[in-house]
Write a protein that binds this ligand. Structure first.
Ligand SMILES: Nc1ncnc2c1ncn2[C@@H]1O[C@H](COP(=O)(O)OP(=O)(O)OP(=O)(O)O)[C@@H](O)[C@H]1O
Ligand SMILES: *[C@@H]1O[C@H](CO)[C@@H](O)[C@H](O)[C@H]1NC(C)=O
Ligand SMILES: *[C@@H]1O[C@H](CO)[C@@H](O)[C@H](O)[C@H]1NC(C)=O
Ligand SMILES: [Mg+2]
Length: 331
């Protein structure tokens, strides 16, 4: 349908430019004017804008992606689906949605953020309404914290003013300066409006490794007791997570009152990945590259990965993170 429309519009413009050569200046002006209007129409049609043509939540799509693409994260999958569904189906949310994703490296935190973005924005992570901030990239120098603070506040305000359904992803949240986190707190709270701008339809996602060790300890306890990993429930992790994260005075994240003020709506724990998940990641990667997934190759890749603790070798040290590059050696 899109192609047919471009074709038609181009045809009209080309015809118009042929006409321009054969008519007097007044007609020329008119025709050029029409051409410019058409040009703008085409441009608007293809330029991403803040409307349902470009921003539409697909609940089925998110469920399907979490079920089929995310491995070994039954708790995270359930919480994310519930949280995003509830928020996106609410026409009048009382506050922006704030998710805090925690877990060991390579367990799927960025990956899940991407799946969420892809099922809300047509352009996914490339959308101009999705903003990713990494402390090391965007806010590297502690001495410039005051500049960063006002810059970040202006960015959030400017972007939410442009589009209420904006998404902000803060990667490596545990490396973020506490002052910087403090500066975004007002936007996460239950305000009707701040300076005439409502932030209630925005979404904030925080990613960190904070609490990763305590999640691993729980997963390891289950494993040692011979219990199924899928039996781990949120409340099994919550106590350990809150002790290690919320009381860890070393972590920048928790110097702030983000938690006691209940500004985070959902804490989402990511479990460490086992051999079988690494195999699944390798199979998925082969498929993504257009190969027939080969179980033998996937096994080879998974065997090449390092596991911990040293004695039992249950969990992948880097999760699924290096699978992509490892695969190059085998195919
Ligand atoms: N649970 C998972 N299911 C499927 N694929 C995964 C999973 N975890 C990781 N991957 C794969 O590994 C890649 C790296 O994972 P990701 O970047 O999401 O890790 P992370 O949790 O953000 O780690 P870090 O804490 O180091 O930033 C992903 O792009 C994805 O391809
Ligand atoms: C939503 O996702 C499903 C499953 O991926 C897909 O079949 C469907 O076309 C999507 N709907 C829209 C409106 O994009
Ligand atoms: C939106 O955020 C980006 C950073 O992701 C920033 O570069 C841009 O200036 C912001 N836009 C406005 C209008 O503030
Ligand atoms: Mg990450």
């Amino acid at each position: 349908m899109k192609v047919a429309r471009i074709y038609l519009l181009l045809h009209v413009i080309l015809t118009a430019s042929v006409l321009v050569n054969t008519f007097d200046p007044i007609t020329t002006t008119v025709v050029v004017g029409i051409g410019a209007t058409l040009g703008r129409t085409i441009y608007k049609y293809f330029k991403e804008s803040c409307n349902p043509q470009w921003i539409a939540f697909n609940a089925t799509g998110l469920q399907k992606d979490l079920d089929s693409k995310l491995f070994g994260q039954h708790i995270a999958s359930r919480i994310v689906l519930k949280a995003v569904n509830g928020f996106m189906n609410n026409d009048n949310p009382k506050k922006p949605l704030v998710l805090s994703l925690h877990g060991w490296t390579g367990t799927g935190k960025n990956f899940v953020s991407k799946l969420i973005a892809e099922n809300i924005y047509k352009e996914g992570m490339d959308s101009s309404f999705v903003h990713v901030f990494t402390s090391e990239l965007h806010f590297p120098h502690a001495s410039e914290i005051e500049t960063y603070k006002s810059q970040l506040q202006q960015w959030i305000k400017g972007n939410v003013t442009n589009c209420a359904h904006s998404m902000f992803i803060f990667d490596e949240m545990d490396k973020m300066h506490p002052g910087l986190i403090d500066s975004i707190k007002p936007y996460l709270d239950y305000y009707d409006k701040l300076d005439g701008v409502s932030y209630r339809k925005a979404m904030f996602i925080f990613l960190s490794n904070a609490g990763g060790e305590s999640i691993i300890q729980t997963a390891l306890d289950f494993w040692r007791d011979g219990r199924d990993r899928n039996e781990i429930e949120l409340h099994d992790l919550e106590t350990a997570l809150s002790l290690s994260v919320f009381n860890n005075k070393k972590s920048g994240l928790w110097h702030t009152s983000l938690i006691d003020k209940n500004l985070v709506d959902f804490f989402v724990p990511f479990l460490p990945l086992e051999y079988k998940h690494v195999v699944q990641c390798a199979m998925a990667e082969m498929e993504a590259r257009g190969f027939d997934p080969d179980k033998d190759v996937a096994d080879q890749v998974a065997k090449d990965v390092i596991y911990f603790p040293k004695t039992e070798r249950v969990f992948s040290v880097k999760g699924c993170k290096t699978i992509e590059s490892k695969l190059d050696y085998y195919i």
